[in-house]
Design a protein around this ligand. Sequence first.
Ligand code: 0GY
Length: 305
Amino acid sequence: MNALASKTPGWLDWYPNPSVPAFELPARTVDTHCHVFGPQAEFPFAPERKYTPCDASKDQLFALHDHLGISRSVIVQATCHGADNSAMVDAVASAGGRARGIATVRSDISDAELRRLDAAGVRGVRFNFLKRLVDTSPADELSAIAARIAPMGWHIVLYFESADLPELADFFGALPTPLVVDHMGRPDVTEPVDGAQFGRFLRFVEHHDVWVKVTCPERISVTGPAALDGEQHAYTDVVPFARRVVEEFPDRVLWGTDWPHPNLTDHMPDDGLLVDFLPHLALTTEQQHKLLVDNPMRLYWPGED
Ligand code: 0GY
C-alpha cells in the first residue's frame, strides 16, 4: 500500500472534546452540512485535491452528532475526495436512512452511477466556485450535469463567495433545480448588512428557488470566537447577517455544523459552542424549529416525520 500523505502544513484538526451545549436542540434536528475525510487508509484522498486534511471518519461524525443531540445529517462530498464519492456514500449507508448525501460528479458520469448514488441516499450535487478548493468545471459541463439530475428530483448546492455573485447570478438563475447556497453566500461581514453586496444576495434568494445554509459563523467572522463588549457570544459580526436571512426566509433556511471544519487557519471551533450560537440567529422557538427540523426534513426527507 502507498504511504499515507501528510496533512497540509498548519492544518487544524477538529475539536476533540466539544462542550455540552447549553442550548438544547429540538428533537429530530438535522445537520445539513458536514463532511467525512477518509479515513485516508480506507478512502484515499483524490490526487487533484488542494489540501490534505486529518482523518474525520463517519464514526467520529456520528459520535459528535450523538453528543450534540443531532438526529440526522446531510453529508457533503469534500473536495479532498474529488469526484470519488465512496467515503461519503459509505457514511450515508451506515446511517440507516438517517443521512443523505451531496455528491461531486463529472459530466461523463453514467446514468447507472447516478441511479446508484440516488439509491444510496444522494439528493444533490455540489458546484464549487472557490478556486482555492477546486478547478471549477466549465459552465457547459455544469449545465449538462444539472439537466441530468433535475428529473431525479435532486438539487444543486452552490459554494461561492459573495463578491463573485454578480458574474455567476445569471448562470445560477438558469439552473433547472432548486438551489442550496452554502454559508449564506460567504458575505463580507465588514460590509453593512443593509449594503449593496448582501442586498444583492438577499434579492437573489428572493427571486429564485433558493435555500440558504445559515452556517459557518466561524469561517465568515472577522471578529472571531471571543465575545465582544456587550455580547456574550462568539462571532458577533455574523449575527446581523444570519438573523436577516432567518427573518426574511424562515421557510428556506438550513443549519449545519460544517464539521470537521476544513481549512480553518486561526482557530478551530468548539462544536458545542456553535450550537450555542443558534439562539442568537434564530430568536423564536418557531424560527428554530423551522431551521433545524421542518425545513431540512421537507428538503431531504419529504413526507417523513
Ligand atoms: C466547507 C468549506 C470549505 C471546504 C470544503 O469540500 C471542501 O473542501 O467544503 C472551505 O474550505 O471553505 O463548506 O466545508
